[in-house]
Each structure stands twice: as structure tokens, then as C-alpha cells.
Unconditional design. Structure first.
Length: 277
């Protein structure tokens, strides 16, 4: 089909411009969430970050406030009353919501024989159940912001561990892997369900990036992690933020139901072998 006018404009400003959009980033006070919040702010998005800790919210707010219009709200998204308060804050501050980034997550590492039911339940509740409930409750705000020209976006932060199971489980994380695989499939179900309302749903599946969650494995297994990756390194903040900006922008408006690995190829690799060195 032919095109004219703005449809011939493939400039970065038109494809990736996000000025004036609104976003909620859960788990936005540290790690990848903090990087993603900063990236959105630097591109003109008005952002609310959410975190369980008042102190971490205050620290993150001080760090982010120079980059754009940002506020912080302390809420444990696994708690219905806290989740309701967060939804009310979005309505009060924004009214409509263009971008929901479900990033809050938890992990629990233990050998199979010692893995507690409570630990498994905690991880599933944070990484899966809370994502479903918060997303469900924010659909009205997302729908009000959505249009055929500019869909609202749900961006779930999954994991490469939801795509593959490493041959060597250095720190067994049964619940984490299971929760992220389920989150990837939930993302696809949401994409089908909400597409008619002009709301897209996609997931990013990061590999290893520096964060509080990876401090222990980096301290003990960094060389092994690098050897498992075809690029022989861990990820850099801009590499996760870049995918986020794509999914949030006009360029990503027709991407729906995708799970995008950002792991240097680790999830498709069997690790470094003698003939690859």
C-alpha cells in the first residue's frame, strides 16, 4: 500500500519519541527498574516508580528528579490494599496510563530438598500473581490512554530463566524460573485479550545484568556466567533500556505478545567450548 505525509517520516524523533507519555514502573527504586525509569524520564515520559520501601523510594526519587517529572509511591504490590492505593495514585496523578512496566520481582535460591513452600509461594506471588492483579486493575487507565494510532503498553520483565534451564544450576531457583515462564505466557494471553482495546502486552527476558539480585552469583560465578554467553560478558544498562524504549514507542506499536531475550545469546547457547575460544 502507498503512504504519504507522516507515514514517510522514519526519523528517530517520530519512531521513538515518547514526550508527554505517562508510565508506572514497579520495582523502580533499584537495579534494572531504576535504569528503566531513568531512561523513560530522559525521553520525556512522566513516571511514577513504586517500591515496597519508603527509604528506597526516597533515595531513588533524589537520584531521578533531575531527569524529569517523577514521583515515588511505596507499595507492596502483593498486598491488595497497597495495590489499590497504588492504582488510586495513578488515577490521581495521571488519570490515564500509557505505559505499565511490571518489573517488581523476587527470588529464592535453595537446593530442591530444602526448598520451602513459603519461599516458592512468595516468589510466585510477587513475580506472577501480583503482575496479573495490578495489570487487571490498571486496564481501565490503560484503555483510556489507548488508541489505534498509539496503543497503551504493558511491558513485563521476565527472564531468560523462563526460556531455558541452565545445565548447571549454580544457585537453584525453581520458583523464579517457573514464575518467569508463567509470566511470559501470561503476557501472550494478555496480548490476545487486550488487543481489541488497543493495549499491547510484551515481555523482556533479560539475561545477567548488575543488580542486587545478581550480586551473589556475580561474586562467585562471574567467569562461568561470561563463559555461558556467546558475547562473553554481562549486559549493560542501555541494552535493557533500549528494548524498553522500542516497545513503548511508535516503532513498537505493532509488536504484541512477544518475549524478547536480552541475554547476549545465553538462552540459546550451551556455553563456551574449546573450539569457540
Amino acid at each position: 500500500m502507498g503512504s504519504s505525509g507522516t507515514q514517510d517520516d522514519f526519523s528517530l524523533a517520530r519512531l521513538f519519541g515518547l514526550e508527554g507519555r505517562t508510565a508506572l514502573v514497579t520495582g523502580g527504586s533499584s537495579g534494572l527498574g531504576l535504569h528503566m525509569a531513568r531512561g523513560l524520564l530522559q525521553n520525556g515520559v512522566r513516571v511514577i516508580i513504586a517500591s515496597r520501601s519508603d527509604a528506597k523510594c526516597s533515595e531513588a526519587l533524589a537520584e531521578l528528579s533531575g531527569h524529569g517529572e517523577v514521583s515515588a509511591f511505596a507499595a507492596d504490590v502483593t498486598k491488595p490494599e497497597a495495590r489499590a492505593a497504588l492504582v488510586a495514585e495513578v488515577h490521581t496523578r495521571f488519570g490515564d496510563l500509557d505505559i505499565l512496566v511490571n518489573n517488581a520481582g523476587a527470588n529464592w535460591g535453595a537446593a530442591l530438598a530444602d526448598y520451602p513452600d513459603a519461599g516458592f509461594a512468595k516468589v510466585m506471588d510477587t513475580n506472577l500473581n501480583a503482575v496479573f492483579s495490578l495489570t487487571r486493575d490498571l486496564v481501565p487507565a490503560l484503555a483510556r490512554a489507548a488508541s489505534a494510532e498509539s496503543p497503551a503498553r504493558i511491558i513485563n520483565i521476565g527472564s531468560m530463566d523462563g526460556i531455558h534451564v541452565p545445565i548447571v544450576q549454580r544457585v537453584p531457583t525453581f520458583a523464579y524460573s517457573a514464575s518467569k515462564a508463567a509470566l511470559h505466557h501470561l503476557t501472550k494471553a494478555l496480548a490476545v485479550e487486550l488487543g481489541a482495546q488497543q493495549i499491547t502486552a510484551n515481555a523482556i527476558a533479560p539475561g545477567f545484568f548488575e543488580s542486587r539480585m545478581t550480586d551473589h552469583v556475580f561474586e562467585h560465578y562471574l567467569k562461568d556466567i561470561e563463559d555461558d554467553c556467546p558475547l562473553h560478558r554481562v549486559g549493560r544498562p542501555e541494552e535493557i533500556v533500549g528494548i524498553l524504549l522500542y516497545l513503548a514507542s511508535r516503532a513498537g506499536a505493532y509488536t504484541n505478545g512477544a518475549v524478547i531475550p536480552v541475554d547476549g545469546g545465553t538462552s540459546i547457547s550451551k556455553g563456551r567450548r574449546e573450539w569457540t575460544q
